[in-house]
Design a protein around this ligand. Structure first.
Ligand SMILES: O=c1[nH]c(=O)c2nc[nH]c2[nH]1
Length: 480
């Protein structure tokens, strides 16, 4: 008799309750319902190695599960969707050779068609990069056969890297966009799928009419909505950016988003040249951010990629709308856009998640996004050290717990799914990654006896790769 509990993980469980609150349960008990939701999360008293059969028997009676559904994590493994703060750095484990945290990761900004040129073309700034590399590559997705093969590889790669939720930009092609949605549905990845909209300032061979853009946006949304994914694959309205969308298109897309109650994703304030271009196109608007606000595109369901150079009044507009920011540090460095001050966004109460921004970013890994977010925040810190001369405080770099939060619960908030995923709160769906730090296969993480849990997690974030990801679950279903 399982009492509806299908799986119980026993072992070290780590998750983020907020930006500053991380919980490590050394002897944790995490029960999953048959629907893949967290039924209970408990701390069994004692140290990790101490768990005895009697404790487990007692727990099985208290929580009504059969012992046969128990999956014991080894002494070297743990589960985590969020990360531990320095509070836990003194927690030492014996013989830590492997660590296995289920750690869901949410990529709030990724261009699926650009996966095909990831790691190349990082020699140009945004507007030239779009023209030389991006638009020609995206144009190829008019061919559904090519799209099928490329998108399959992109989704497989992100899943392998532990991305359980992704907010994808596709291309302007509706057939290919439907293919991407179908692949996500079939592989089980939670995803927001955006048919890209662009009706101006684009190549003559890669552009659509305003009418077609609106029509196909509705058509793709209809298609995605009828996929049987338990709501895990959803449409997202995707005006590429203000420079490539006419006012008519932006207003039309805002209407669709409102009518269908859909989220919106777009780019904002990424590079200086882009900002100048948008400001020239919209002298009637007080800022780049105001362009979106004035066209009805700045809502509490809007995901704004980059936001590197926002002015104080623009940040206020974003905050007041309760829109979220997809921070894409790799891309901001790679295509020379600038360094986004994430600490300031967080201090001002703006929702922030992380994005790989493939292929402006050269890596499809959220581990890389975390590393680069720390580095970007350190650059911001170093550039602000003189601030104390004016009585201001320098911007503190992000710590490990904070970037882990951004990669999980922070991203879930940006995408409006924090009631469903983001950590192991009871009632949420179990989206998780099993990390394994055991040596072998040329793996890059070496854990020693003196390493505690925090050291292991830190080593994973800084040196880990997909060889350290043993399993991935979405909604309780093992998808890898
Ligand atoms: O990083 C970016 N990638 C893109 O594809 C894009 N399009 C507009 N603005 C963009 N920025």
């Amino acid at each position: 008799m399982t009492g509806g509990i299908e799986t119980v993980f026993v072992g070290c469980i780590v998750h983020s309750k907020s930006l500053t609150e991380l919980e490590v349960i050394e002897n944790g008990l995490l029960g999953l319902t048959a629907e893949g939701k967290v039924a209970f999360l408990q701390n069994l008293v004692g140290n990790r190695g101490d768990l005895c059969d009697e404790t487990l028997q007692n727990a099985s009676q208290t929580f009504g599960f059969d012992i046969s559904v128990v999956q014991k994590l080894t002494a070297t493994q743990f589960l985590l969707p969020g990360f531990v703060s320095h509070l836990w750095a003194s927690l030492l484990l014996d013989n830590v050779l492997t660590c296995a945290p289920p750690n869901e990761q949410i990529d709030t900004h990724i261009h699926a068609p650009q996966y095909v040129f990831t790691g190349t073309g990082c020699d140009l700034p945004l507007l030239q990069w779009l023209e030389k590399y991006t638009f020609p590559r995206e144009q190829a997705f008019s061919d559904p056969t090519y799209a099928q093969s490329a998108y399959q590889r992109a989704v497989t790669r992100t899943l392998r890297n532990g991305t359980t939720t992704a907010a994808y930009y596709a291309t302007i092609h509706s057939e290919a966009t439907k293919i991407l949605a179908t692949i996500c549905a079939e592989t089980g990845q939670r995803a927001f799928i955006g048919k890209v909209c662009m009706d101006r300032n684009s190549p003559s061979t890669y552009i659509e009419s305003t009418e077609d853009s609106l029509k196909t946006t509705n058509e793709v949304a209809d298609f995605i909505s009828q996929l049987s994914t338990k709501g895990r694959v959803k449409p997202i309205i995707t005006p590429r950016f203000a420079a490539s969308c006419t006012s008519e298109l932006m207003h039309g897309l805002a209407n669709i988003a409102k009518k269908r109650d859909l989220p919106i994703q777009t780019h904002l304030s990424e590079s200086h040249a882009e900002i100048e271009m948008v400001e020239k196109l919209h002298p009637e608007c007080s800022s780049y951010t105001a362009v979106y606000a004035d066209h009805g595109l700045l809502t509490n369901k809007t995901v704004l990629a980059h936001c590197v150079h926002l002015s104080p009044s623009e940040r206020k507009l974003v905050y007041d709308a309760n829109a979220g920011v997809a921070h894409c540090p790799n891309s901001n460095f790679s295509i020379l856009s600038g360094v986004c001050n994430v600490r300031r966004l967080l201090q001002e109460g703006i929702k922030v998640g992380l994005g790989t921004d493939v292929a402006g970013g050269y890596s499809a890994s959220m581990m890389d996004a975390m590393r680069q977010a720390v580095i970007a925040s350190k650059v911001t810190f170093m550039n602000s050290r003189d601030a104390s001369k004016d009585g201001r405080k320098p911007w503190q770099p992000l710590n490990l717990g904070e970037v882990l939060y951004l990669a999980t619960l922070g991203g879930a908030k940006v995408l409006g799914v924090d009631g469903v995923v983001g950590n192991f709160e009871v009632g949420k769906e179990f989206d998780a990654v099993l990390v394994d730090l055991k040596p072998g296969d040329g793996r890059c993480v070496d854990v020693f006896g003196h390493d505690g849990i925090m050291d292991s997690i830190e080593k994973f974030v800084y040196n880990g790769d997909d060889r350290n990801i043993a399993k991935v679950w979405v909604g309780g279903r093992q998808v890898l």
